[in-house]
Every structure is written in structure tokens, then in C-alpha cells.
Write a new protein. Structure first.
Ligand code: VAH
Length: 373
């Protein structure tokens, strides 16, 4: 390659100081050694130019899961509808298809993933594809493929095109030997699920690509997320979403975890805001690349007590799922997120009463309370 062109690219890369602040690492790996998958030099010619920095071009993988659509709508308000592309391997329902750009993208198809990034001039990627904790235990080989091989493909494409990459981790990245109350950012992580193992792997691989190749990798350990209009998919904290649907519809709910099972939880709006805030945080404000974030922690019993204030006749019964219970018993009861609060000013808005009021309003049960009074 003519020296002038190579130097011009080095200079342009150096102007985009990498997140981890080390100039040397601004030089693309192929000048410092090879990325895991060497690429044709012209393939990345289209990668980041200045104007795109002002307005990130965003790709969301695993877009039809519990959080993808909410994130897309949230980011479209901030960066414009056409700059946020939702993707998945399933056909989107009508209302999602008509709400903004949607494309097919399979994270296990590395070549196609690269085409998607190049053809859509992507600069930021939110990687939401994953099999969650409980469903992962029913199909370990698929969880390994999606959560680990899929992540490798995303890391390589992100490194090749100097993307800013967000990967959600989870309280599931901790295990029975981690301090549980509270659980700090840095401690023993020996999870007992393939989901947990894949999330620890994601944290470590993302940080390795950051320090080795200058990849702008950012990761948050999500608590159980409570969403109003989307169903969770095969997780251990799913009861806390399902309960609102059933309480509003039938006034009763059968919980698959023991009444005293304490777990960290968060309302989706706080989760999406934290995700954008860490992605917009100045690189030099980040003392770490993986952060705990927390809002509240409660037990099924405490949640039921709060729901009773809105649905006086609400009845909670228990039919414990031993797999989910064993997973929950190995997870944190409270997360210490003091570093996120210090480094980039994270602060949650929703505590338990606001969460329950918001969710019950969404499910329109308020009318029943009025009738009861
Ligand atoms: C699960 N909802 O239960 C997910 C999440 C924090 C929990 O990872 O698997």
C-alpha cells in the first residue's frame, strides 16, 4: 500500500483518540500486528469519518428480544429514526417493521455481519443477541454458539471498523462464591450457568480487545429488567415482569421462585438511559470497561405486597422451578454500583413504589383500585 495512503489513514485514526486513551493503540492492529481475522485493507476504508461521529449510525443485534425495541425507540429520539437500525433473524411484527429501519442479521454469519456494518456505515453497535440464563441451560450448545461465537464475530467486526461497542453483561456473571450482599464490580466470578460463563467471557474478551486493539468496548452488568410492553425470554428474573401482566389481567399470579428470593432489579427506562449514558460518557471518565448498575432489589413477597396496594384482591401463589431457584440462589442479592455513579454520574430514577405504579398504570388496573375505594 502506497506509504502516503497508509500514513494518511494512521493520522486519521490517531485523530479519533481511542477510548482507553493510549495513542499507540489508536494505530489499527493491522499496523501493530494482526486482528484475529485479517481483512482486505480496502474493506475498512469506509469506516468512521468525522461527520458520522456527530451522529452515530447504530446497529442493534438481537433486536426482537426483551430490550431491543425499547432501545431502538429511545435512541431514535436522540439520534434520529434513520440512524438506528434494528436487526434480528426473525421477521418483525408489523408495528416494529413500520417503526423504523429493520434488517435481517445473523451474528453467526461473520461475512454478512461485515456487509451490514459496511453497507449501513455503522459506527456504534449494541449487541443484544443472547440466550438468557434459564433457557440457556435447556440448550447449552446453542447458548454457547450464540453467546460466545456470536460475540467473537461482533468483536472482530467492531475492531475492524473501529466501532463503539456495547455488550450487556448481567448479575448472572457472578456465582455462589461471589460476595452477594453487596456484590462489588471486581470480585470472584465463578458463575454456574452457560449464560453466566458466556457473560464473564464477554467482559474479558471485550476488555482484551480494548487494551490490545483499542476497541471502544463498554459493558454494563444489568440486574433483572422490568419492561412494560415486551415479554422477557427465558430468564430467571422473568417472574417480576410476568407478575404485572397476570395481576392486572386475572388478579392472581403463580411465582416460580421462593417468596424470599432477593434479586437486584431495574425498570427498563433506567436501564436504557444507563446504556446510552455509558456510551456517551467521555472515554477518559471511564476507569473501567465493565460496570455494575443498580436501582433496587426485592423479593417476590415484597413485590406482591406493593402490587396489593393497587390490586387489593391480588393473590400470589408459589410453584418453585428448581432450575431457576438454583440459579437465583447463586446470584447477587444487591449490586454495588458506586463506581458507575462516581465515574459517569449514573443515578437511577425508579424505586419499587414508582416501578409498581408505572407497571400497573401501563396494564390499566388502576381502574380497579378506584372501584375498590
Ligand atoms: C435472566 N433477565 O434472568 C436475565 C438477566 C439479570 C438477569 O440476565 O437471565
Amino acid at each position: 500500500m502506497p506509504v502516503i495512503r497508509m500514513l494518511s489513514r494512521v493520522v486519521s485514526q490517531m485523530q479519533q483518540s481511542p477510548a482507553c486513551g493510549c495513542w499507540l493503540l489508536a494505530v489499527p492492529a493491522r499496523f501493530l500486528g494482526t486482528l484475529p481475522r485479517q481483512v482486505q485493507s480496502d474493506a475498512s476504508f469506509h469506516s468512521v469519518s468525522f461527520s458520522e461521529i456527530d451522529h452515530p449510525r447504530i446497529l442493534i443485534t438481537g433486536g426482537l428480544g426483551q430490550l431491543g425495541v425499547g432501545l431502538a425507540n429511545f435512541l431514535r429520539k436522540r439520534f434520529g429514526k434513520q440512524n438506528v437500525i434494528l436487526s434480528d433473524i426473525r421477521k418483525p411484527p408489523n408495528h416494529i417493521f413500520h417503526s423504523g429501519p429493520f434488517i435481517y442479521s445473523d451474528i453467526l454469519d461473520y461475512k454478512h455481519l461485515r456487509e451490514v456494518v459496511v453497507n449501513n456505515r455503522i459506527t456504534w453497535l449494541f449487541h443484544y443477541s443472547a440466550l438468557l440464563s434459564a433457557v440457556g441451560e435447556t440448550n447449552v450448545s446453542l447458548a454457547r454458539a450464540v453467546n460466545i461465537t456470536g460475540l467473537h464475530n461482533v468483536l472482530d467486526v467492531a475492531a475492524e471498523h473501529s466501532l463503539r461497542l456495547f455488550v450487556p453483561s448481567s448479575i448472572g456473571a457472578f456465582g455462589p462464591t461471589s460476595p452477594r450482599n453487596p456484590t462489588p464490580d471486581l470480585c470472584i466470578q465463578r458463575p454456574r450457568t452457560i449464560y453466566g460463563v458466556s457473560k464473564v467471557h464477554a467482559e474479558l474478551m471485550g476488555e482484551y480487545y480494548c487494551y490490545r486493539y483499542g476497541l471502544d468496548f463498554r459493558c454494563l452488568r444489568y440486574p433483572g429488567i422490568i419492561s412494560a410492553d415486551t415479554q422477557p425470554g427465558g430468564g430467571t428474573t422473568d417472574y417480576a415482569v410476568q407478575m404485572f401482566h397476570d395481576a392486572a389481567k386475572n388478579g392472581k399470579f403463580e411465582c416460580n421462585l421462593k417468596p424470599t428470593t432477593r434479586l437486584p432489579m431495574m425498570y427498563i427506562d433506567d436501564c436504557l438511559r444507563a446504556t446510552l449514558e455509558v456510551m456517551e460518557a467521555p472515554a477518559d471518565s471511564l476507569s473501567m470497561r465493565t460496570y455494575n448498575i443498580s436501582a433496587m432489589s426485592f423479593t417476590p413477597e415484597e413485590l406482591a405486597q406493593e402490587v396489593l396496594k393497587h390490586v387489593p384482591e391480588f393473590q400470589m401463589t408459589y410453584n418453585v422451578d428448581s432450575v431457576r431457584q438454583a440459579i437465583a440462589d447463586s446470584w447477587p442479592m444487591n449490586l454495588d454500583d458506586s463506581t458507575a455513579r462516581k465515574d459517569w454520574g449514573w443515578k437511577h430514577d425508579f424505586d419499587l413504589p414508582e416501578l409498581v405504579t408505572t407497571m400497573m398504570n401501563f396494564h390499566g388496573s388502576d381502574t380497579r383500585v378506584a372501584q375498590a375505594n
